[in-house]
Design a protein around this ligand. Structure first.
Ligand code: ATP
Ligand code: MG
Length: 589
């Protein structure tokens, strides 16, 4: 490719609506162009990167025994009603009607469609297991599309679905996919960590995510991990052992105490001179739910979480615990409306007939003689114990314990007791065991050796193709631009004649370029009449892994060779420079 013909326009400035480095760089270097919020055109350079990522995925998926197909982007609502997800998917599902008033949607994912595809084609146990995948557009009307390709509304995903007759068979395929994923990301030049995760809207029980670790908030996930035993989990799923599992507030008598305007945990700890871990904190949330099976609206429900004063609520865990679609902290007027008191003093006292669901986080189990709000303005109890709870406080008089807390760095690993670390991660892929979550409601059945029918046992496995490419940029860049891993770079090398008026330079650059092409290197010849400085800047910004510069040193029979990721510039004969690149490219699988 000649740079004079390449459809690219690099920009002098970063776009001002971008936060993530990958977003800034992909726009500025001419890879993507925004069409609408969260919707981008992939320009020729980007398309080459995406093709490479897709091909790596294809090769490894095929090698792992999966078969490629292609399913539609537009889907009938009917299928989603069958699986029960039409009600629960929420606003991310882009719904519409066709000219016959038939309800349709843009595919946010393909569990329903694949289940309907397999049903009736592979109906016998003899044909199973099977794993089918495609690489296809998805549309999700994300509430906060951001970070460019990392969280778009329209994006490209590889999604695979496997169908089995037993849990053992699913387990084996799950492991097979985990290995394929590790290979895929490695071949994309990315190191990933496989972490346990929440299964979210897709459902199922076991799931893992593949994270590219980054140290900025562009990594939207917090990953807790143990260096000793390898435990690692997304914060929405992570558990820990507390360093102080039992805590004693030291108040040996139950008392109702005036606490005028003492509201926050910090203020209470000071006021009573106790650790925050000796205060039982109450947080009120409002949970909203999917419409019921008849399509009737289910009313919102207040949920009170009782959690140790030094711990925070993990909202995904809480959503799962109460089966909510969405959850948000209650505002002050709601606190008054539901509890009849003021924020800062709330608790479960006298709540048995108040229609508030009360949940106790596991972190509170070891608390004794603690401080807790009295659910009356400006009053707290001290020396409270769980045995003091009465029938009028909680239905049944007994607390309901669940894990809804956020792990903290330094808490201990549940598997080995070592201190947990935390880092940020970009989720580039995930694998789920779905079981019969879709096959059962959709009545998708296979026949066993005795002629009996059962719902398929399923797994699903996703990779964000566009997100993976962007994650590579997030991971590999410097002040001058992108540093593509050779495997997924749009081109392997650029050849830059310094002075396009110098015939000898132009001629040699052309020869080198032709040689590279002949040896299978994807090369660009920067034949533009611009100053050398402009061309170098563009080369660094675009991120070609190798650059050969043809300048004055040709008088000594030498050219300059530079790898984008290294600082040093080597003076080599044209043959040696070409050979270096050819060798690197041939080493790619
Ligand atoms: P997230 O938690 O980041 O929203 P998800 O759990 O919704 O991801 P899945 O539905 O499992 O993601 O989709 C599989 C893969 O698709 C993800 O691992 C991710 O790489 C990619 N992906 C999901 N949402 C987006 C998006 N809005 N933009 C780009 N890629 C996405
Ligand atoms: Mg999502």
């Amino acid at each position: 490719m000649r740079a004079s013909k390449l459809f690219v326009q690099t920009l002098r400035e970063f776009p001002n609506d971008a936060e993530a480095m990958s977003h800034k760089l992909l726009v500025r270097a001419g890879y993507i162009k925004k069409l609408a919020n969260g919707v981008y055109s992939y320009l020729p350079l980007m398309q080459r990167v995406l093709t490479k990522v897709s091909n790596i995925i294809r090769q490894e998926m095929n090698a792992a025994g999966a078969q490629e197909l292609l399913m539609p982007f537009v889907q009938p609502a009917e299928l989603w009603q069958k699986s029960g997800r039409w009600q629960v998917y929420g606003k991310e599902l882009m719904r519409m009607k066709d000219r016959h008033e038939v309800e349709m949607c843009l595919a946010p994912t393909h569990e329903e469609v694949i289940t309907s595809v397999v049903d009736g084609i592979f109906g016998s146990y003899k044909q199973l297991p099977v794993n089918l995948y495609h690489i296809q557009l998805k549309f999700r009307d994300e509430i906060r599309p951001r970070f460019g390709l990392l969280r778009g509304r329209e994006f490209i995903m590889k999604d695979a679905y496997s169908f089995h007759t037993s849990q053992e068979s699913l387990d084996a395929e799950y492991e097979n996919m985990a290995q394929a994923y590790t290979k895929i990301f490695k071949r994309c030049g990315l190191e990933t960590k496989m972490v346990q995760s929440d299964s979210g809207a897709i459902g199922g029980s076991v799931s893992h995510e593949f994270m590219v670790l980054v140290d900025t908030s562009v990594g939207e996930n917090n990953v807790f991990y143990c260096e000793k035993c390898g435990y690692s989990a997304n914060s929405n799923h992570a558990v820990s052992k507390l360093n102080d599992e039992t805590t004693d507030g030291g108040f040996n008598e139950l008392k109702l105490v005036d606490t005028p305007d003492v509201r926050t945990i910090e203020e209470l700890a000071k006021f009573f001179n106790v650790g925050e871990n000796c205060i039982l904190k109450a947080v009120l949330y409002i949970a909203s739910f999917a419409d019921d099976a008849k399509g009737e609206k289910v009313p919102d429900m207040p949920v009170m979480v009782m959690i140790r004063g030094d711990k925070e609520v993990e909202e995904t865990k809480l959503m799962n615990a109460v089966g909510a679609l969405e959850i948000r902290p209650a505002v002050d007027v709601e606190v008054k409306e539901y509890l009849g008191t003021e924020p800062g003093f709330i608790s479960f006292h006298g709540c048995a007939d108040k229609n508030v669901r009360v949940i106790f986080d596991n972190s509170v189990r070891g608390m004794k003689n603690f401080v807790v709000g009295a659910n009356q303005p400006h009053k707290h109890y001290t020396g409270y114990n769980f045995s003091d709870i009465k029938e009028e406080d909680l239905k049944g008089g007994k607390p309901e314990f669940v894990d809804v807390s956020l792990v903290k760095k330094g808490e201990r690993c549940v598997d080995c007791g070592e201190s947990l670390n935390v880092t940020r991660g970009i989720e580039v892929g995930n694998i789920f065991q779905l079981g019969t979550k879709y096959s059962k409601p959709m009545n998708a059945l296979y026949t066993d050796e005795n002629g009996k029918t059962h719902p398929y046992i399923m797994g699903c496995y996703g990779i964000g193709v566009t997100r993976t490419a962007a994650a590579a940029v997030e991971r590999y860049h410097d002040d001058f631009g992108i540093i593509w891993p050779l495997e997924i770079a749009p081109y392997h090398a650029v050849v830059v004649p310094v002075n396009t008026n110098d015939e000898a330079q132009v001629k040699l650059a052309e020869e080198i370029y032709q040689k590279l092409l002949n040896k299978g290197v994807e090369a660009v010849l920067d034949d533009r009449a611009d100053r050398a400085g402009v061309k170098f800047k563009d080369a660094d910004l675009i991120g070609y892994p190798y650059r050969i510069t043809v300048g004055k040193t040709i008088a000594e029979g030498l050219v300059e060779f530079k790898a984008r990721k290294d600082a040093d510039v080597l003076k080599l004969s044209p043959e040696d420079a070409v050979e270096k690149i050819v060798n690197a490219v041939s080493a790619l699988k």
